[in-house]
Design a protein around this ligand. Structure first.
Ligand code: NAP
Length: 307
């Protein structure tokens, strides 16, 4: 059996693509991955997803996405895709237990925020540690927080976080920033932002299962100090989940999938949506919107093949 649509990935983009393509009666098969749900599974309260005036927990939101897609017949398997072949029609997608043929493939494998790799960092994700200032800044009103990183994201997020926090300390491993000059200047001019140069976070401290501070090592003097705070934002870059597609689709230099006309990739009938092709907005709502576009474009493309 050749599938009309196979979807790889199960964040907001993938499940929205599944919802739209199942309602278009294309019987999509979704490879949700062994760790399904995407980055929202790592968050607690989500207050900026429209339609939830009281907010919603990230994992609950992803369960609603999945159930809604399943209600219209999307078939979801919790397996990782290990190989794809887009060299000729039908395309082939191989998972850990099966190989399927598909006329169209929608890729929504997302991106992963890079982490420092400290044990408490992952455990306290959503309990004081965050990788998304837009999502979580609001929870830190009147508090003292830190952000780690020296790039444009770190500066942009530090500036954004000063809307809520009383003080934002930027902890950076060197004594110069990677961020563009204009972003640097904006951060330097902001009276709520302080910088800790040449510094690495060696431990995330906790009290009552919440972040209470960080241990910081000065990389020049090797001196350690403790900074008390309630929030740590990690902004040291993202890694797109595109290793499967290297050499098979055109990718940007930074590894994200190149798209044109919104969600079309370099291969006809292969679409990409959500964070795997978006390094600008990176929001659940924008990912969901692009998932909808990918499903509609896949449907249109299939129609052109049948006529
Ligand atoms: P980035 O430019 O790669 O910067 C990552 C920062 O994190 C660097 O300062 C790096 O330090 C630091 N870092 C990396 N790994 C680390 C580790 N293990 N421990 C401690 N620090 C670590 O990433 P980004 O800021 O997310 O930006 C990605 C791209 O998007 C860039 O091209 C950026 O210009 C663009 N962007 C643009 C805007 C804007 O124009 N408004 C906003 C956001 C992002 P080093 O500097 O020492 O390497």
């Amino acid at each position: 059996m050749i599938r009309e649509v196979v979807i790889i990935g199960s964040g907001p983009a993938g499940y929205t693509a599944a919802l739209y393509s199942s309602r278009a009666q294309l019987d999509p098969l979704v490879f949700a991955g062994s760790l399904s749900g995407g980055q929202l599974m790592l968050t607690t309260d989500v207050e900026n997803y429209p339609g939830f005036p009281e907010g919603v927990m990230g994992p609950d939101l992803m369960e609603y996405f999945r159930k809604q897609a399943e209600r219209f017949g999307a078939e979801i398997v919790f397996e990782d895709v290990v190989e794809v072949d887009f060299s000729s029609q039908p395309y082939r997608v191989k998972s850990t237990s099966q190989e399927v043929e598909a006329k169209t493939v929608i890729i929504s494998t997302g991106a992963s925020a890079k982490l420092l790799g400290l044990e408490a960092e992952s455990r306290l994700m959503g309990h004081g540690v965050s990788t998304c200032a837009t999502c979580d800044g609001f929870f830190f009103r009147g508090q003292e927080i830190a952000i780690v990183g020296g790039g444009d994201s770190a500066m942009e997020e530090a500036i954004f976080l000063t809307r809520f926090a009383d003080k934002v300390t930027v902890i950076h491993r060197r004594d110069t920033l990677r961020a563009s000059k204009i972003m640097q200047q904006k951060a330097f001019d902001n009276p709520k932002i302080e910088f800790m140069w040449d510094s690495a976070i060696t431990e995330v401290l906790e009290k009552d299962d919440k972040v209470s501070g960080v241990e910081v090592e000065n990389l020049k003097s090797n001196e350690k100090s403790t900074l008390e705070l309630t929030g740590l934002f990690v902004a040291i870059g993202h890694i797109p989940n595109t290793h499967l597609f290297e050499g098979k689709l055109d990718l940007h230099e930074n590894g994200y999938i190149k798209t044109h006309d919104a969600v079309k990739t370099s291969v006809e009938g292969i679409f990409a949506c959500g964070d795997v092709q978006d390094f600008t907005y990176r929001q659940a709502i924008t990912a969901a919107g692009s998932g909808c576009m990918a499903a509609m474009d896949a449907e249109r493309w299939l129609e052109t093949q049948h006529s």
